[in-house]
Design a protein around this ligand. Sequence first.
Ligand code: ZN
Length: 233
Amino acid sequence: MVTQEALQDCFLEAGRRYGYDDVMAEFAQYRDFKVRWQRSYRWARFKVSDYLEDAPEKVVRDLAQSLFRRIVGDGDDGYTENVRAWVTSEGFREAKQQIYLRRSRSLTRSPVGDHQNIRDAYESLIAQGLVDNDPEIYLSWSKDADPGNVVRCSVLMKVVALSSLLDGKDVPGCVVEYCLYHELCHIAIGFDPTSEKHERSYDELEKRYPRRAEARQWMARHCLRIRGVSPRR
Ligand SMILES: [Zn+2]
């Protein structure tokens, strides 16, 4: 358990190593695992995801160290191995998925929509040999209705949420499948804060969905998009 005081100490100690004397750090209840900071050349303020509250102290020390390295421009290696190992561990997801879901207010917490069932799409992807059945994946509809971003996921929490815009009776099954598959590819590739979101290895995996072109054409006609994906790619 890392107390507020221990968090502050870890960050102050790391800061001193990089010439920062005025350092403050506190836990924040973000939905996603992240750290935000503000700084000048002499002070730094951090808000650290409270998902790290029960991490071993060395994980928090490493985090502080890697953030100061980034701040002073001494390399951007994402997080250290200790931090990555902790946030990608089975126990982490098990303990935090429920908290994440509680903080995800827009989720209906069910894969069964008015017209479409995301669970059916998932089973179809499994039957096509495109994904392995993973009982830890959590599927839900979301009340978000942003046509520019019809699907989102948390790789760490293994949660995929599809916008209610895809829950229409005229939405072809391949569109729901494709959007779900797109996010499952992110989860399959795993947590990597330093990589581009849709790099080449990602594209190759994603292009395995056989009705991709058909799904994307339908989406383009209806002005629905997955964030970060150009309609022409
Ligand atoms: Zn994506």
